[in-house]
Design a protein around this ligand. Structure first.
Ligand code: KIV
Length: 266
């Protein structure tokens, strides 16, 4: 099966088929997500919180993102890999943005990048697209704006805020984005944006009417406990299984049960 392309994203929207996306940050989990047939893997800067144990995503660096994206692309056979532009890798200007976005494709083997923001990053999206770097835009709750937004809050709740988001969606589409991630907005607003745009929308906390869905893998499999947003569905509890296994190992070593003769050399 060939790798998922941005054209496949468009075909899925045209055919009314849902696009599936999850994050992954390393080889073993990228292999699982890919084998499960998920269309696209986002190497999200959420790794700052779910892998590095940081308070928020702001300290994550370009070099860290490139490192994790390399681990993911090494494992993936079919999914489209999207590298997430970390804070201050694109806000500082168009030249920085194109150079850093290019690193995801050139050094790490990603097929596309994602950045947060609307009108304020339209020049960056235009320049990246002109440089053959496919861009997924991201509006609504943008975690890199945590200090401006005053926390992780649902966006677009008033009519004025909703209209502004509709306008931002049009702007990033016009600038050349191949898809748009909508985070934590009312589902009716996401439905309206999805109907108005020709590019696919990928929702996270944006209801069922988006063209596709994304979640943070560690939320889905129960490996991140600090907080669980309302929009998350947990499909497994790996923390519990891993804890049980590690406890059993410790007990068996302490009691002299492991290693046994079978796991020893004669
Ligand atoms: O960094 C991330 O994981 C994200 C989420 C919206 C999926 O941007």
């Amino acid at each position: 099966m060939p790798k998922t392309t941005i054209q496949d994203f468009m075909k899925k929207k045209a055919g009314g088929k849902k696009i599936t996306m999850l994050t992954a940050y390393d080889y073993p989990f990228a292999q699982i997500v890919d084998e499960a047939g998920v269309d696209a893997i986002l190497v999200g800067d959420s790794l700052g919180m779910v892998v590095q144990g940081l308070e928020n995503t702001l300290p994550v660096s370009m070099d860290e993102m490139i490192y994790h994206t390399k681990l993911v692309t090494r494992a993936v056979k079919n999914a489209m890999v999207v590298g997430d532009m970390p804070f201050m890798s694109y806000q500082t200007g168009v030249a920085d943005a194109v150079r850093n976005a290019g690193r995801f494709l050139k050094e790490a083997g990603a097929a596309a990048i994602k950045l947060e923001g609307g009108a304020e990053v339209a020049d960056q999206i235009r320049a990246m697209t002109r440089s053959d770097i496919p861009v997924m835009a991201h509006i609504g709750l943008t975690p890199q704006s945590i200090h401006r937004m005053g926390g992780y809050k649902v966006q677009g709740k008033t009519e004025e805020a909703a209209n502004r988001l509709i306008e931002e969606a049009r702007i990033v589409e016009d600038a050349g984005a191949f898809s748009l991630l909508l985070e934590a907005i009312p589902m009716a607003l996401a439905e309206r944006i999805t109907a108005e745009l020709s590019i696919p929308t990928i929702g996270i906390g944006a209801g069922p009417h988006c063209d596709g869905q994304v979640l943070v893998l560690h939320d889905v499999i129960g490996l991140f406990e600090r907080f669980v947003p309302k929009f998350v569905k947990r499909y497994a509890n790996l923390k519990e299984s891993a804890l049980k296994a590690v406890r059993e190992y410790r007990e068996e070593v302490e009691k002299g049960i492991f290693p046994s003769e079978e796991t020893s050399f004669k």
